[in-house]
Design a protein around this ligand. Structure first.
Ligand code: SF4
Length: 478
């Protein structure tokens, strides 16, 4: 059994500067999109122009040869985690993976035909649900299906990643994942505190994760990343200090820290969480501060909103070279313009289109069985959307916007085009969250926790939602 905990660690002290940052956060707290796309998913509609997408795909052009990213959604989980907001099916019924793989195979045939089979797959991610719900034979079969219909790469620079649930993966499966071509692994850790783990129905002791990490390291994966969540029941800055100490002892290359959004009306599993056990907003802000300061003190670089990476990680280099992007999987290297999502509920971003697959498994099966593509919602991006997407994605990834470059690329005069947006940013400038001059907008170190707030004035749909529909609900920005 692995035991590598360091015995001492500097204590996190709450200074007046931290208090000031927390007061600021309380002032800016509101609901807002995470901007994994723009337009954001609530803007996707059933009556999107699918015929135009199909016609564009029929034409030859660079888009039939350009690199492509793949995302595969594998929705099954053996147990429910109460905080979960993913599209998943909790089941232990035998044969469900078989039924799903059969449909996925048909979708892979259809979609590869449409997007082009020769496009190099520079990035691939299997998410869920729990991808390791599949057994070793099924994982091998699925990778074989993909290799038969797409041009998978064996080059070192490829980024093929898979999410792993430490509770369900067998030790021998790690070797198999390496063998079938994955070079990155992402572990759902969330929190190491036993009380927190019990309260969200996800029990995975530190020793279990540490053994798994040792196994992953022994197979020389390029990168190991942890997902953490703050804002869970029974969490406090005391429990978080201990979790961070344990995380740091395992030294993952990347750490993504997500803010738990308690939306029990939308996500039924969250109804099992007693609201009274959730940390108070000030405690949550304190945890956010603590995560940021502790991980940076431990040598991690803060990337974008919520990612921390070791300085030699490719994401750190990508940030320095302006090759960082934000998409449905969070932050990643920009290696391909198009992302094809496969499987129930997955979203594709291809050319001028966002396309989302049917979100219900049984309906997804019916679409596939009747020979139809499973897209049921989407949107075509307008030139105005592209401009606003460029601004939002620059700010949220690079923490700056080059105004001159934006003017040249889109043929605009920034200050004449966005007077209201610039006025809305005024209070944030006065609070020291960003700096604006005629050449650029720069997010300051102080402004980083407020990236979603900083982007929101440029989101034309936030105020102009359709009058016959209620405004979309988003999670808290801070
Ligand atoms: S958090 Fe992950 S493992 Fe847990 S129920 Fe949701 S998708 Fe499944």
């Amino acid at each position: 059994m692995t035991s590598i905990l360091p015995s001492t660690q500097a204590q996190f002290e709450i200074t007046p500067a931290h208090r000031a940052e927390m007061e600021l956060a309380a002032r800016y707290a509101c609901e807002g999109p995470r901007y994994t796309s723009y337009p954001t998913a609530p803007q996707f509609r059933q009556d999107f122009p699918l015929d135009q997408y199909l016609a564009w795909q029929q034409r030859d052009g660079d888009h039939k040869r350009a690199p492509l990213s793949l995302y595969l959604h594998l929705p099954f989980c053996k147990d429910i985690c109460y905080y979960c907001a993913c599209n998943k099916v909790v089941t232990r019924q035998k044969g469900v993976a078989r039924q799903y793989l059969d449909r996925l195979h048909k979708e892979i045939e259809q979609q590869s035909q449409l997007v082009g089979k020769q496009r190099p797959i520079t990035q691939m991610h299997w998410g869920g649900g729990t991808p390791t719900y599949l057994d070793d034979a099924e994982i091998t079969e699925l990778m074989h299906m993909l290799a038969s219909h797409f041009r998978l790469l064996d080059r070192e620079y490829r980024e093929y990643s898979i999410e792993i649930d430490p509770r369900t993966v067998e030790a021998a499966t790690i070797a198999l994942l390496k063998g079938v071509g994955f070079n990155r692994i992402s572990l759902g850790v969330q929190d190491f505190d036993p009380v927190v783990q019990r309260s969200v129905n996800r029990i995975q002791p530190y020793e279990m994760v540490a053994d798994l990490v040792a196994n992953i390291r022994s197979h020389h994966f390029r990168s190991l990343s942890f997902d953490l969540i703050y804002g869970l029941p029974h969490q406090s800055h005391h429990t978080m200090a201990e979790t961070l100490r344990k995380v740091n002892s395992l030294r993952p290359d990347r750490i993504a820290c997500y803010n738990y959004a308690h939306l029990p009306q939308r996500f039924s599993s969250q109804r099992a969480i007693d609201r009274l056990t959730l940390p108070a907003p000030e405690e949550k802000l304190l945890m956010q501060q603590m995560i940021s300061h502790t991980l940076q003190d431990a040598g991690y670089l803060h990337i974008g909103m919520d990612h921390y990476v070791l300085p030699d990680d490719e994401l750190a280099l990508a940030l320095a070279e302006g090759r960082l992007q934000r998409n449905f999987q969070g932050y990643s290297l920009h290696m391909a313009d198009d992302l094809l999502g496969l499987g129930v509920s997955s979203i594709s971003q291809i050319g001028d289109f966002y396309l989302q697959n049917e979100r219900d498994v049984e309906s997804y099966y019916r679409h596939i069985d009747s020979g139809k593509l499973p897209f049921t919602r989407g949107c075509m991006v307008t030139s105005e959307d592209k401009l606003r997407r460029h601004i939002i994605m620059s700010l949220i990834s690079d923490l700056r916007l080059d105004i001159g470059d934006c003017n040249r690329q889109f043929g605009i005069d920034f200050s004449a085009k966005f007077p209201e947006e610039l006025a809305a940013l005024g209070p944030m400038v006065r609070d020291g969250l960003l700096e604006i001059n005629e050449r650029e907008i720069t997010v300051t170190r102080r402004g980083r926790p407020f990236l979603r707030n900083i982007c929101m004035p440029f989101d034309a749909y936030l105020t102009a939602h359709r009058g016959d529909q209620p405004p979309p609900r988003f999670s808290a920005t801070i």
